[in-house]
Design a protein around this ligand. Structure first.
Ligand code: NDP
Length: 333
């Protein structure tokens, strides 16, 4: 069957809000879409495509990928590549697309971590899978304590010089390594556009470890991944573990995480969200976005309905001092 030709919503930029990414020319949508889950070759293509279309129709211009997203590894990029070819190619210049290398990707000594050999060859593979000539941003996906940081960072600089990425970023770097990276890149006239880190109501590391402040001081944007704690901070698990949920798969979100204590906290947060006229998912995203040091949240979704729910978060991202206090009481007892 021939696919009907995709035509994006004309009003796609009417409702989304965009934030400037650190000190740069780039604006990113407050909500970005990540393809870590639900875009692999194990997932129905029609659903993945429907989510990508819906996202762009709603003004989500930023799609976040990495070499090994799937499963299988590489297949999320292939899925996105098919969507690029079938639907998004005429809109390439309206999109901000990322990829990363750093985690386990292929066998042998050159298929993970931070060597120049791995980063360079991985990006070449990613571009082919995604049907792209360049990515908008390429990240070092994790800090590699065994490779000289200069080697990893120089690979990022050279990738920009080659025109294979317009910007670069780092993900999950400890503070000291991030400081080194910001300086190294800046001295070579390559600004580090984004720091990507896990940040949500249940995980405050970027706040507590100074990563948010450090990024701001460097003019680098901060983009939060897993802002819903992989689904914990939604209504998904309030009444048990649904069979089609990430927790039921048990790979990245373990059942043991959902203790009675956590469930009590989630239920209390859910009540507070309802008082604000939001779902728990909406309030959790709004909470991350209340901070102007955050440029965008990268959400995951397994359906268009989830995406639609999450997009409503941007309607109210302000919290009263009393609400903040109640949240802290719920989480810290
Ligand atoms: P989230 O914390 O947003 O979790 C997404 C999951 O939450 C969905 O798959 C779905 O679970 C559930 N969910 C989402 N919205 C709703 C809703 N409205 N109601 C009920 N359940 C909902 O993000 P992810 O953990 O998926 O990460 C997002 C992105 O961040 C990734 O795709 C990736 O791009 C990036 N990332 C980067 C990392 C890095 O190292 N730099 C590491 C991890 C992620 P279900 O599937 O069960 O329906």
């Amino acid at each position: 069957m021939i696919d009907p030709i995709y035509s994006p919503e004309k009003g796609r930029y009417d409702n989304m809000k965009y934030r400037r990414c650190g000190k740069s020319g780039i604006l990113l949508p407050e909500i970005s879409l990540g393809l870590w889950h639900n875009f692999g070759d194990v997932n129905p293509f029609a659903n993945s495509k429907a989510m990508a279309h819906y996202a762009f129709d709603q003004g989500i211009t930023h799609f976040d990928l990495a070499n090994n997203y799937g499963p299988s590894y590489g297949s999320a990029e292939e899925t996105f590549g098919m969507i690029m070819k079938k639907s998004f190619m005429p809109y390439r210049d309206e999109l901000f697309i990322s990829s990363k290398a750093g985690h386990d990707m292929w066998s042998g000594p050159y298929g993970e971590w931070g060597s120049r050999k791995y980063l360079m060859s991985s990006l070449d593979q990613s571009l082919k899978r995604m049907n792209l000539d360049y990515v908008d941003i390429f990240y070092s996906h994790r800090y590699d304590p065994s490779t000289p940081l200069e080697e990893t960072l120089q690979a990022l600089v050279d990738i920009v010089r080659q025109g294979k990425a317009l910007y670069v970023g780092i993900s999950k770097y400890p503070e000291q390594a991030a400081a080194f990276a910001y300086n190294y890149l800046q001295e070579r006239d390559v600004h580090c556009l984004l720091y990507q880190g896990r940040y949500n109501l249940l995980n405050r590391e970027p706040e507590n470890e100074g990563i948010l402040r450090q990024a701001k001081a460097n003019g680098t944007g901060f983009i939060a991944f897993s802002p819903l704690a992989q689904g914990l901070l939604t209504s998904r698990y309030l009444k048990g573990i649904p069979e089609d949920s990430r927790m039921a798969q048990g790979l990245f979100l373990k059942k043991e995480t959902l203790t009675g204590g956590l469930l009590d906290q989630l239920r209390a947060l859910n009540n507070l969200a309802a008082e604000r006229g939001q779902t728990l998912a909406e309030m959790s995203l709004a909470w991350v976005l209340k901070d102007d040091m955050v440029t965008s949240v990268i959400i995951g979704a397994s359906s268009v309905n989830q995406l639609a729910d999450n997009l409503k978060a941007i309607e109210n991202t302000t919290f009263t001092a009393e609400e903040i206090q109640r949240i802290e009481q719920i989480l810290n007892g």
